[in-house]
Design a protein around this ligand. Sequence first.
Ligand code: GSH
Length: 234
Amino acid sequence: MIQLYQFAPTFGLPNASPFCMKLETYLRMAGLPYALPPFTMKGLQAAPKGKMPFIVDGKRTVADSSLIIDYLKETYGDPVDSWMNAEQRATALAWQRLLEEHFYWVGVYTRWIAPQGWTLTRPAFFSALSAPLSWIIPPLARRGMAKALHGQGMGRHSRDEVMALGCQDITALANFLGDKAFMLGEQPCSLDAVAYAFLANLLWVPVESALKQHAQKYPQLERYCQRMKSRYYA
Ligand SMILES: N[C@@H](CCC(=O)N[C@@H](CS)C(=O)NCC(=O)O)C(=O)O
């Protein structure tokens, strides 16, 4: 059976990492059985690319949620996306890139850098550590995130600019979704695993921000998350 290595569930979500939650949602959408080995620091150190998620499937180890989904499609078929035409695939890829390569960094800023987010992120992610690691690791990890944000570019903006950029993404997403059942219409596709993972990680975590308040102005986003949850996590 596919072994899915990811962080332990946090904030009442299947996963507080949108990439991990995306992959788990995809596995459920595709009807592929999987097991969740308990999260350990050793597991993270064994991650081929130093990030979660990764899978072990028999003799194959595959890292990166998108490359894993490509592998799963090649190995087990494509029950989720096979209905899509070239234009729908192009649209889905553009949205995926917006969420994963832009919106993700707004979330990183909100959780790791903004003081209100950090007061919740620190205990949620590091409470298992005992002293002295519990004093050393959290600020080091936060510094690492700040460095990554700076390198990516999002970390060079002011808090108001970061929030404004994230709100633009949310407005676009809400307007595109409109009153459709799923991102591309009546039929779900793997983009819905991405959108659900990112939206639930905004709407359903206790971290308060201008971004979350903005998303709450669009009731279709909450309805969409509830629809995905009842369809795939009932
Ligand atoms: N492109 C990767 C991104 C994965 C990723 O960024 N994972 C983060 C959690 S959201 C991680 O494992 N970070 C741990 C670290 O950087 O040490 C994917 O799609 O799987």
